[in-house]
Design a binder for this molecule. Structure first.
Ligand code: UDP
Length: 460
């Protein structure tokens, strides 16, 4: 008979915590562990690698098929030559920069010349916009006059510096939203592309931003539930990943092994990984708690790989909290990676037995998409856009608590066939809905709508 320690409960059991909380905590907790120093990064990742040339449209044929590539060319024909500017607040780190990196060259290759500009701001600006970001995700926040002035002042500075001569201007997220004040002096159609979860925003911040948003010609959200009452057309665009990027391309096993060796990750034992910025809304401390609960039943290592996005001043504080929560457990590997470590993240995700994304709030959760694309059984918080990607127990598993997460870590590590199956389904889900090529198609359709262009006749 299996011991209680090894018996995995049924996945249909309604409340995971019941299974896990029966374990008594150790009689006496060890004294608080000294905060560990950060794990040293291997010298190979200290400087940015030379970026590989961006892929061309034809390179996607092997993944989506020639007919789909041809469909993109067909859709682009009607908006050929239309100029587009994309504006966001960071060139590196975070999902938006990741997407723009690929979208911009692909649209340009389709003869829709697209430029990408990043707004600038001081620490005071990024502190305010980070607070806005959290508040729009629903956290408590008192909007002061000073914060409003800082936000508007930096937007004004950027607006003075920038030109808006393109035919379509796309502003990503709230940070540069007040650039809409330049609309009067431009002939462009203005689009606000919101990547964050606006389903339950802090009212004062949303009411402050709303007059700006209402001036746009259209708004795009990443999920049906993020849409707001607005007097402008709203569109649903799922975010996407690029299957040919350093982050997502296929890797030889020797590359995966080399990366694990460099970071001191033991591939002979199960690896559970969460990749994300050190941000409380990603709940890295909750992941550590879940790992510690699961570890009472199954052997595994936990890798928390992340970095502070440039526009996130809270990052180092949260990293410190994570180190404190990890204590001196040698099986918890915390990697504070520079933003150019895409290949390393790819290798760590591929080396993992499970990927976790235990977010408490989320825009879409590109790290989930990345994990699913790699066929990894994925456990993720049922928030934001994650349920659009994970159909519970079919393409991954959704969790609502530390205990639920711990239960699923334990269950998936002890049911490899079920884990393999949901991993494979997850990959199909991404192929159908969340690849860069589908995103390019959506942009082309939107540009056609905005320009009122009549569709070309379908060739016979
Ligand atoms: N990412 C990264 N390095 C890190 C942390 C995250 O390259 O240290 C990447 C991650 O692989 C993903 C993106 O940043 O592509 C994060 O996007 P997501 O939608 O998951 O979260 P966001 O950071 O935008 O809230």
């Amino acid at each position: 008979m299996k011991s209680e320690q090894n018996r995995a409960p049924s996945p249909d059991q309604p409340q995971a915590s019941k299974t896990l909380t029966v374990v008594e905590p150790p009689a006496s907790r060890p004294a608080a562990a000294p905060v560990r120093p950060g794990r040293e990064l291997p010298s190979s990742v200290l400087t940015p690698p030379v970026p590989p040339p961006p892929p061309h449209l034809d390179d996607y044929e092997s993944i989506i098929g020639a007919a789909q590539v041809e469909a993109l060319r067909f859709l682009a024909a009607d908006v050929k030559g239309k100029t587009v500017k994309m504006v966001n607040s960071t060139a590196v780190g975070g999902g938006v920069a990741e997407m723009l990196n690929r979208l911009v060259p692909l649209l340009s290759e389709l003869e829709v010349p697209t430029h990408w500009e990043v707004i600038t701001g001081g620490n005071d600006f990024f502190e305010v916009t980070k607070a806005f970001h959290n508040a729009l995700h629903g956290t408590e926040y008192e909007l002061t006059k000073n914060a409003q002035e800082i936000f508007l002042m930096y937007n004004e500075q950027n607006l003075q510096r920038m030109q808006f001569e393109e035919e379509v201007v796309v502003i990503h997220d709230p940070q540069p939203a007040a650039l809409i004040r330049a609309k009067a002096r431009s002939k462009a159609k203005w689009v606000w592309r919101c990547h964050i979860d606006l389903s339950n925003p802090n009212p004062s911040v949303w009411e402050f931003l709303r007059p700006c948003i209402e001036k746009y010609d259209a708004a795009i959200f990443s999920s049906q539930s993020f849409a707001r009452q607005l007097p402008i057309p709203q569109y649903l665009f799922y975010p996407c990943i690029d299957p040919l990027s350093e982050k997502n391309k296929e890797l030889d096993d020797s590359v995966i092994q080399k990366v694990c060796d460099e970071f001191g990750i033991d591939r002979s034992r199960p690896i559970v990984t969460q990749v994300s910025r050190f941000d409380r809304l990603k709940d890295p401390v909750g992941v550590i708690e879940a790992y510690k609960l699961a570890k009472k039943y199954v052997d595994c290592q936990l890798v928390l790989a992340g970095g502070g996005a440039k526009d996130d001043p809270e990052g180092s504080v949260v990293l410190q909290e994570v180190k404190e929560a990890a204590g001196n457990d040698p099986d918890i590997i915390i990697l504070d990676l520079p933003p150019w470590c895409a290949l390393e993240i790819n290798a760590i995700q591929r080396a993992s037995a499970l990927v976790v994304q235990k977010s408490l709030r989320e825009g879409f959760g590109l790290t989930v998409t990345e994990a699913l694309w790699k066929g990894k059984p994925t456990i993720a918080g049922a928030v934001g856009g994650i349920p659009n990607q994970i159909i519970h127990k079919l393409t991954g598993v959704l969790v609502h608590s530390v205990e639920g997460c711990a239960f699923q870590i334990r269950y998936l590590l002890t049911h490899p066939e079920f884990a393999r199956r949901i991993g494979m389904n997850g990959r199909e889900q991404v192929k159908e809905n969340f690849l860069m090529t589908t995103n390019v198609k959506r942009w082309l359709l939107l540009f056609r709508i905005l320009s009122g262009s009549k569709p070309s006749p379908i060739p016979t």
